[in-house]
Design a protein around this ligand. Structure first.
Ligand SMILES: Nc1nc2c(c(=O)[nH]1)N[C@H]1C(S)=C(S)[C@@H](COP(=O)(O)OP(=O)(O)OC[C@H]3O[C@@H](n4cnc5c(=O)[nH]c(N)nc54)[C@H](O)[C@@H]3O)O[C@H]1N2
Ligand SMILES: Nc1nc2c(c(=O)[nH]1)N[C@H]1C(S)=C(S)[C@@H](COP(=O)(O)OP(=O)(O)OC[C@H]3O[C@@H](n4cnc5c(=O)[nH]c(N)nc54)[C@H](O)[C@@H]3O)O[C@H]1N2
Ligand code: SF4
Ligand SMILES: [Mo]
Length: 890
């Protein structure tokens, strides 16, 4: 338990997605409860499930709380001295290009600024890149091509004011839930608003779609070229805008001319009528927003796809006005802040690049004559350089590349050869800390203090409301200490993050004169107190816009030297790797509603784990007719293989399967999806094609499957071929499977958990079924259920028995069978995480007469808080109806 350092609610910004919701953390006993900040412009008081569960992820279990060298705890002085000496030795012997930093959109702006300044300004190499390379790099490159600056033109309000909203490559309902809820409400208020979802999969986001275009994976550029051509042919271009404010229209329209309805329909594998309906919606609206995300960016032609979208907006004049704009939504809480400081290796700092002028300017500002003269390596190339020995020291901060980078096993092998791997993290045991020589304990969310910028350019404060645990320190402090030891003391002498913020703000205005979009010089003189109390504000914030700016380009002036935007002629390309006889299916990857990335934080919450508790592969039953729900599945590509839970689903498009990106090797043995993905990148942005890998599926024949519950957290698993960890309070819960039966279950369990010393109750059933309860002093120590097929003990009942042991013999027998004595049915998958309402209860309520979401809400409360589960509630209602109709007709 934590000792709160404050007694009043602390206002801060959510730790997770790029919506950037304001959160109020209210102390509640020893804990904190998260509530939406009603005054924050991003969420006006709303939160999604992950945001509301923030208080459940603050515990210190598993935290890295002391610096370590080669696995041994050391003092900060020892760690920093050793780190600096070893970095210095590498630089002396091999030059600054042999050193690299790999950062993250989850660092605060102040941390990020310091890392970038140290590498690009003082060590003097360009090799500072970030996980935003896997995320936003294509969107950044396209904005720069089109506008001459990496500037997101619009605000969330524009989404609400649009006549037509296109959501492409975005599962907004799950990945940006509060923006999705804002859209749901806007559509309720103005039912004439049209929403189009473009995604090969039918996702929860389709719930509000007037039109869902389930296009062929990777074919979006053709779809948008087709739309541009259709607008030209139907006289729906804004010729005046094109003439006065853009370049490149003629070539672009010429290139799009081939994309007739027939050709586009064939290429995108969509019915022509759907295309016509899509084009009509665009032609019929005067305010269009296209919101796009990873289904667009994570592609070997991601930049072209983004520009195809921007072309359509420029050509129809849907930019710079209320309710308009090409809106690339950011993923991480501070992805935008990273772009501001220059965290990508092809940016220098503060929206400046590597021209002689910019290098000189940054050098003058930083008072350094050692500013790097050229861009560094992007993430994929950076880890290749680690592998082939060009990079001899790498410092990874706030990201888990051994899970999230493509070709992740190769990255792991490369790191194993690197002479110096430094990792700053908040958790002790991650796939990446396991590869580190030096581990540095960072302050986490709630402990660290600084600023973040969300998708709509809104700067907000993340405030500390907890004391620093153990020896953990702020990332900016760690970096500054190393900089001082490398001899750059004066330039890194800050005592407080507000000092760093002021410097960053001053650099943004330095010799700017309106040439650079990012300008927050209006905040460069904030006092520490003003910085601490900073209210959310959208950049630019300068003399011309002292209160910030909701919308860019309202005067139709762009950042290219001639003030005009560029249309870019596009030749659509399909993904690099086609399917083949050996790899006949496309693997698409992405997010689930209740987990965050590699699960180091959301994995701590039992509640969040109940929605989806195992890594899975969703596929259309026609693609693997012999594989049933509950089977285990071997998914293989040319790069590796995974063992996942099979999830046949009629809604999954034929020919393509979906696997979540989240499970790391602590939570599941063989489920790191990026081990399967080839590192094909976009030639302009370097962003990998993470959503398109040819794979094969095969049923994995398990001799037995089991569920194991052991008292105590972080208990070791037994050795098995398949293993997944499900978070439970005070208990370690595994699902297990193996290809051969142990000779003796009792001996097998005893080997790992000394069950022979406990009082054991066992039961055997046919079908090789075996279950065991182990007791000590009347308290349940271990429960085990094995079968040839997946056993389905009532998990809630079993977990409850660890705190409230059953009294009677019949209750204990029921528990041994995996049931409660009252025989209430298990809850099933947790659909509503806010009120803990499971699938089975919801299905029962539907059978008992709840016919819509509202009635379900009145009866069970589900769906009445954050609303993230509403698409799933509708799905359950629809499925129950089908079942009932089938039943009636028999
Ligand atoms: N719950 C949750 N929310 C998150 C995160 C999280 O980890 N968990 N992470 C955050 C981060 S960093 C990011 S970047 C965002 C990502 O947010 P999203 O981009 O919305 O999330 P993804 O699930 O990665 O992918 C979105 C959709 O792209 C679709 N897609 C795949 N291929 C194509 C294609 O060729 N064309 C089109 N049009 N669509 C395609 C996929 O089917 C998927 O539904 O989410 C943020 N929010
Ligand atoms: N196949 C596939 N791969 C993908 C994606 C996909 O859709 N499909 N999406 C990509 C995208 S968009 C993204 S953004 C990446 C995300 O991938 P990662 O960035 O690798 O994922 P995280 O789990 O967020 O890693 C953050 C790490 O930082 C630690 N941490 C948390 N807070 C702090 C802090 O304050 N300081 C420090 N020093 N450490 C901290 C966490 O414990 C964790 O280890 O994955 C990418 N990889
Ligand atoms: S929508 Fe994003 S920022 Fe808002 S509460 Fe949810 S995870 Fe946090
Ligand atoms: Mo991301």
């Amino acid at each position: 338990m934590k000792t709160p350092s404050v007694t009043v609610p602390a206002l801060t910004t959510c730790a997770y997605c790029g919506v950037g919701c304001g959160v109020s953390m209210r102390p509640e006993g020893d804990d904190f409860c998260a509530e939406g900040d009603p005054n924050h412009p991003a969420n006006h008081g709303r939160l999604c499930v992950k945001g509301s569960a923030l208080g459940e992820t603050l515990g210190l279990a598993g935290r890295l709380l002391q610096p370590e060298i080669d696995g041994q705890p050391v003092s900060w002085t020892q760690a920093l001295d050793t780190l600096a000496q070893r970095l210095q030795a590498v630089i002396r012997e091999h030059g600054p290009q042999a050193v690299a930093f790999y950062g993250s959109g989850q660092l605060l702006t102040e941390d990020y600024y310091v890392a970038n300044k140290l590498m690009k300004g003082f060590i003097g190499a360009g090799n500072m890149d970030t996980n935003s390379r896997l995320c936003m790099a294509s969107a950044v490159a396209a904005y720069k091509r089109a506008f001459g600056a990496d500037a997101v033109p619009c605000s969330y309000q524009d989404l609400e004011q649009a006549d037509c909203v296109i959501l492409t490559g975005s599962n907004t309902a799950w990945a940006h839930p509060v923006v999705y809820q804002r859209l749901v409400q806007a559509k309720q208020a103005r039912p004439e608003m049209r929403i189009v979802v473009i995604d090969p999969r039918q996702t929860a986001t389709c719930d509000i779609a007037d039109l869902h275009l389930a296009l062929r994976p990777g074919s979006d550029a053709a779809l948008f070229c087709g739309a541009l051509n259709a607008m030209a042919e139907s006289g729906n271009l804004d010729r005046d805008f094109l003439h006065h404010h853009t370049h490149g229209a003629e070539e672009t329209l010429q290139a799009a001319r081939d994309w007739t309805v027939a050709r586009t329909a064939a290429f995108c594998e969509l019915p022509a009528e759907q295309l016509l309906a899509f084009y009509q919606m665009i032609a019929g609206c005067t305010r269009l927003v296209t919101l796009y995300s990873m289904g667009i960016n994570q592609s070997s032609s991601g930049v072209d796809k983004c520009n195809a979208i921007i072309n359509l907006h420029l050509a129809t004049g849907n930019i710079g006005r209320e309710g308009c704009g090409p809106f690339s939504i950011t993923g991480q809480p501070n992805a935008m802040g990273g772009r501001e400081v220059g965290g990508l290796a092809n940016q220098l700092a503060s929206h400046m690049s590597f021209t002689a002028e910019d290098i000189g300017r940054v050098g003058r500002f930083w008072k350094s004559d050692n500013v790097t003269q050229s861009a560094g390596l992007n993430a994929v190339d950076l880890f290749r350089a680690v592998e082939d020995g060009r990079i001899k020291a790498v410092w990874i901060m706030g990201t888990n590349p051994l899970v999230s980078l493509p070709d992740a096993d190769r990255v792991r092998a490369g790191l194993a050869r690197c002479p110096l791997v430094i990792v700053s993290d908040i958790m002790r045991d991650t796939d990446t800390t396991r590869a580190a020589h030096i581990c540095l304990p960072a302050l986490g969310w709630g402990e660290k203090n600084g600023t973040v910028t969300n998708s709509e350019r809104c700067l907000s404060r993340q405030r500390a409301f907890l004391p620093a645990p153990g020896e953990a320190k702020a990332d900016w402090w760690i970096l500054s200490q190393v900089a001082q030891r490398l001899g750059f003391g004066q330039a890194f002498a800050w005592q407080h993050p507000a000092e760093i913020f002021r410097e960053h703000a001053a650099l943004s205005g330095f010799e700017n004169h309106g040439a650079r979009a990012f300008d927050i010089s209006g905040l460069a003189t904030l006092s520490d107190e003003e910085w601490d109390n900073l209210r959310p504000v959208q950049w630019p914030v300068n003399a011309a816009h002292p209160q910030g700016t909701a919308r860019l380009f309202t005067d139709n002036t762009f950042f290219h030297p001639d003030g005009r935007a560029r249309l870019v002629a596009i030749t659509p390309r399909l993904p690099v790797s086609p399917t083949s006889a050996a790899w006949p299916l496309i693997m698409n990857t992405g997010r689930v509603r209740d987990q965050w990335h590699t699960m180091t934080r959301t994995g701590k919450s039992a509640r969040l784990m109940q929605h989806i508790s195992e890594p899975f592969c969703q596929f259309h039953p026609d693609d693997a007719p012999d594989i049933q729900a509950g089977d285990l599945l071997r998914v293989a590509s040319s790069h590796g293989w995974l063992l996942l839970r099979a999830q046949p689903d009629n809604l999954q498009p034929r020919g393509s399967v979906f696997v979540p990106m989240h499970w790391n090797s602590r939570f599941s043995q063989q489920a790191r999806v990026d081990a399967l993905i080839a590192a094909h990148v976009d030639p302009l942005s370097g962003q990998p094609e993470s959503k398109h890998m040819p794979v094969s599926l095969r049923r994995w024949q398990a001799a037995w499957q089991a569920e194991l519950f052991i008292r105590g957290e972080e208990r070791e698993p037994p050795v098995t071929a398949y293993r997944s960890l499900i978070t439970q309070p005070g208990i370690t819960h595994f699902t297990l499977a193996d290809s051969s039966l142990p000779a003796d279950w009792m001996a097998w369990l005893d080997e790992s958990y000394a069950t022979n010393q406990m009082v054991c109750q066992t039961a055997r059933t046919g079908d090789d079924g075996f279950s065991l309860l182990a007791w000590a002093d009347g308290a349940l120590q271990l429960a085990f259920y094995a079968r040839r097929t997946p056993p389905s003990p009532d998990r809630q009942a079993v977990v409850a028995a660890f705190t409230t042991p059953p009294h009677t013999a019949s209750q204990r027998l029921a528990l041994l069978a995996g049931r409660t004595a009252r025989d209430t049915p298990p809850a099933g998958a947790m659909i509503c995480s806010c009120f803990s309402v499971g699938e089975i209860r919801i299905a029962q309520a539907v059978q008992q007469g709840c016919h819509n979401v509202q009635q379900l809400g009145e009866t069970l409360k589900c769906g009445t808080n954050c609303g993230s589960c509403i698409p799933e509630l509708k799905n359950i209602i629809a499925r129950q109806r089908v079942t009932q109709t089938e039943g009636d007709s028999q």
